[in-house]
Design a protein around this ligand. Sequence first.
Ligand SMILES: [Zn+2]
Length: 243
Amino acid sequence: MRAGKLQRVRGMRAHAMSMTRGAMRARVSAMNWMEFEPLKKAGWLRHCFTTRRFMESCDPEKRGRRDMAQLLSKELCAPPQAVVWGEQVHGRGVAVVGHSRETYREIPAVDALICAETGVCLVAFGADCPLVYIADPAHRVIALIHSGRRGCEGRVVTAGINEMTRSFMTEPAECVAVISPSIGPCCYPVDLWASLDRELKDAGVGSVENQRSCTACHERLYYSYRRERGTHGRMLAGFMIVS
Ligand SMILES: [Zn+2]
């Protein structure tokens, strides 16, 4: 990320932003969330990553995880209450979720969610920690993984990919991964971006796009737990199979 190059997000129209190669293709939508090109061009997926304006636009009393997850799932036109999120304990817990089992609830002790069913909206929360989207187009399986410093140390992304392979015969080489905006080495002593790039490469993932857009550098766009000393503000990632 070239610090200072990111333009202010103005109004409700989509704007191209001056960013690094990957993030340059991201757009901020009418409802203040971004999409990432590798996932957008896959016709069987729907996804988003919210900016801080998404949460700021919500009633403060409705900023609990359940309410936020529900609001985001509506943005993605998920069926009512077909939304799942992990407790996010900075561990390496993985859950395979689907309509019949786990919808409209928080899955305890889990940082990685996997789904192979249409219309289930996976949601993850972050305010510096990278959120990793993984799509297996051959088997139509997705994963959404929260991996901060401890997640990287525990290799939760690898745990998620291994579970995709075990449950759905996913071949990592056929997968596409996107690493969300998150705190960069410019603002944090641990280089999470390099760590995740390496982990995904080691796992054999065929295509990786790291946004390399730093949440601490870009105050107008993102919340940053580190910059804002423990803010309750979060960005949300939503990810769903639609066909
Ligand atoms: Zn930074």
